[in-house]
Design a protein. Structure first.
Length: 413
């Protein structure tokens, strides 16, 4: 196969997600004489952004320029530490504005975009700088050559030669991780970092469908806890508080095969004593309004009646006719409801993965594999997990930029 140029100027990116597109764009910007080919096994790059029902994915956090502590207390890998210093959250926001992806700032600096628009803008930016996008093409083999560089094949054909190959196939189990294992690299089995938890009782989800509020959740076995918003539905419990808890305790949850008990405080803004006082005041005020039509602030009548029925408080009774033991049972249900969990899934919004390539096996200056010169990894291929709220997503952008600048520095030295 004839070479159009010196192999030292040829780069292949495997994976057409955010990290792969970002790396390819910046390689072409930093090395305009280079040939950059991005290979994506799906029909389109960033196919997850086009998923039905996904309208505003969280793709970064404008506040994540700080050196964040890793979820679970692990120290930040040197590679990610450097990457975030070079590409803070403000850079992600500016980059998305440059792409005209119309980013919106949500709670606590979380950056949201419309998925289909971002997918289109990223692909347009890659083509505009001359990246060769090879979609619907899966790399099957990456083989080092005796004189240096690599040859790549798909199942149908030889794809070409390259001076360097970047793996950016994401956090799920995929062909990129399989290729890295075949090269002798150590890859930890990926698992979902942010979860949706499935209660053992289907009726629970049916009764609380649509409930969204600030709560405190705690793992009964370990006492690990988190405070934040929860979303309840027939598919399970999700939202920032569940994502945060699963990020902190994902290893334990996986070890329990996602069968455990969750304790939920539905009204963390109220103490048990405060609730008791409020309920006593209602009984002393008299009146004939049924308990079931007088919910606490933030609860609909339908959701409030679920808690009344669980505590065996007749929703048709007026407050003056309720008994102390019934009110105490209601307080117990609101402050310490025990929810058996029997499985997990992926949340509807922000997603993240733990596992993959150990960052300590990579050069912190570039993301290059220490034992395999010319191979690089970036994005959720790396084994790291930042808290929910866009911090994980921003680290993906940052690691891709860091890898592109590292390769460019090595090839211009």
């Amino acid at each position: 196969m004839a070479r159009a140029r010196n192999i030292g100027e040829v780069f292949f990116i495997i994976g057409g997600g955010i990290a792969g597109l970002m790396t390819s764009i910046w390689l072409r910007r930093l090395l305009p004489a280079s040939a950059v080919t991005l290979v994506e096994r799906s029909d389109l790059c960033c196919p997850w952004m086009l998923r039905k029902g996904l309208h505003e994915p969280i793709v970064g956090n404008a506040l994540s320029g700080e050196n964040l502590a890793m979820a679970g207390g692990d120290p930040p890998p040197a590679l990610l530490d450097r990457a975030l210093a070079a590409w803070p959250g403000e850079a992600t926001l500016g980059w998305l504005r440059e792409l005209e992806a119309q980013p919106q700032l949500g709670a606590n600096g979380a950056i949201q975009v419309e998925g289909a628009l971002l997918q289109r803008r990223l692909c347009e930016a890659a083509r505009a700088v001359g990246v060769d996008l090879k979609e619907n093409c899966a790399v099957q083999d990456v083989r080092g050559q005796p004189g240096g560089g690599f040859r790549l094949w798909s199942a149908e054909e030889a794809l070409g030669e390259a001076a360097a190959v970047v793996f950016a196939t994401g956090g799920e189990r995929n062909h990129g991780m399989a290729l890295l294992r075949e090269s002798g690299s150590s890859v930890a089995t990926p698992r979902a970092g942010f979860l949706r938890l499935r209660p053992a009782s289907r009726r629970f989800g049916q009764r609380l469908e649509g409930l969204s509020r600030e709560v405190r959740v705690m793992l009964e076995k370990t006492g690990a806890a988190s405070v934040g918003r929860i979303h309840c539905g027939t598919r399970g419990l999700e939202g920032p508080v569940i994502a945060d808890l699963s990020a902190r305790s994902g290893g334990e949850l996986a070890g329990w095969r996602y069968r455990f008990a969750l304790q939920v405080d539905w009204v963390p803004e109220w103490s048990a004593a405060g609730l008791r006082k409020a309920f006593i005041e209602k009984t002393e005020q008299g009146g004939r309004q049924p308990v079931g039509e007088d919910p606490l602030p933030g609860f609909s009548v339908r959701h409030w009646n679920y808690f009344l029925e669980q505590a065996r408080v007749d929703p048709a009774l007026p407050w003056p006719r309720t008994k102390d033991r019934k009110r105490n049972a209601l307080i117990e249900r609101l402050k310490r409801e025990r929810i058996p969990i029997e499985g997990m899934g992926l949340p509807a919004g922000e997603r993240a993965w733990k596992g993959g390539m150990d960052p300590s096996a990579l050069h912190p200056e570039s993301g290059g594999v220490r034992e395999k010169p010319g191979l690089y990894c970036c994005g959720e291929m790396l084994d790291f997990l930042y808290p929910p709220g866009g911090y994980q997503a921003n680290a993906v952008w940052a690691s891709a930029y860091h890898t592109a600048t590292g390769i460019a520095a090595e090839h211009t030295a």
